[in-house]
Ligand binder design. Structure first.
Ligand code: ADP
Length: 218
């Protein structure tokens, strides 16, 4: 993966967590906060830090943020500061601005001022937890649209020892197997002769309602 430059504004819980993941993945991460203590606490997982009020255009420009590939605005409780920061970042020409929204209205305003991607951490996490509770076999999922998703699922007991041809998942459940993870190896586009072993993980794509029928198998 090529090394990209990121900036995270607001080193609270959400911002720190994004910064740490990016930093651990070898990316360059600038951490910015209005509070010195927040930047100091983040020093182990940022490439460099800056104490600044990002609602002031001149301050924002002086940070040399213009060359950054992507900026994550993780200011939460101060909605005004979050909105103004996104507006200024787009004004100075940042291509990709991701912003955290507290609620639907906040998200709508962030969209209006040009945020490229809006995340709703509480809402998204709540949905994930509920989804996982309803489908305990689902390890992870990516929502592609309102209708479709990709899911990583534990093999139901009744499928162990059978080949993909025997299981005929596409005909029986109307979903496609895109990969099988077996003992740490990942097989992309597995052949129909592939046998499913205990502990394997299936990566499947399809309509949510069809996936849910598959993940409810035991
Ligand atoms: P979380 O719930 O993720 O902890 P918070 O809203 O509590 O989110 O934290 C957001 C961070 O954003 C805080 O550390 C705060 O100091 C910082 N922050 C708030 N306003 C500004 C601003 N104008 N410029 C830079 N950082 C800011």
């Amino acid at each position: 993966m090529t090394r990209q430059q990121y900036a995270v504004i607001g080193m609270g819980r959400f911002g720190s967590s994004v910064a740490k993941q990016l930093y651990d993945a070898g990316q360059e991460v600038m951490g910015i906060d209005i509070e010195e203590k927040q930047v100091e606490d983040a020093e182990l997982f940022i490439t460099h830090g800056a104490v600044a009020d990002t609602t002031v255009k001149a301050t924002l420009k002086s940070l040399g943020i213009r060359n950054v590939d992507c900026v994550i605005v993780a200011i939460g409780s101060n909605m005004q500061a979050s909105i103004l920061t996104v507006l200024l970042l787009k004004e100075i020409g940042i291509k990709k601005v991701i912003a955290k929204a507290l609620n639907e209205q906040h998200g709508q305003v962030l969209e209006k001022v040009g945020a490229d991607w809006i995340v709703y951490p509480d809402k998204d996490m709540g949905e994930r937890v509920a989804h996982q509770l309803l489908s305990p076999n689902v390890i992870n999922f990516i929502e592609l649209s309102k209708e479709y998703s990709i899911e990583e699922i534990n093999i139901p007991e009744n499928m162990v020892g059978k080949s993909l041809r025997e299981l005929d998942i596409r005909a029986n459940y109307n979903v496609s197997v895109i990969a099988v993870m077996s003992h740490g190896d990942i097989l992309i586009s597995p052949s129909s002769t592939q046998t499913i072993h205990k502990g394997d993980i299936l990566i499947v794509i399809g309509k949510k309602q069809d996936l849910s029928a598959l993940t409810k198998e035991e």
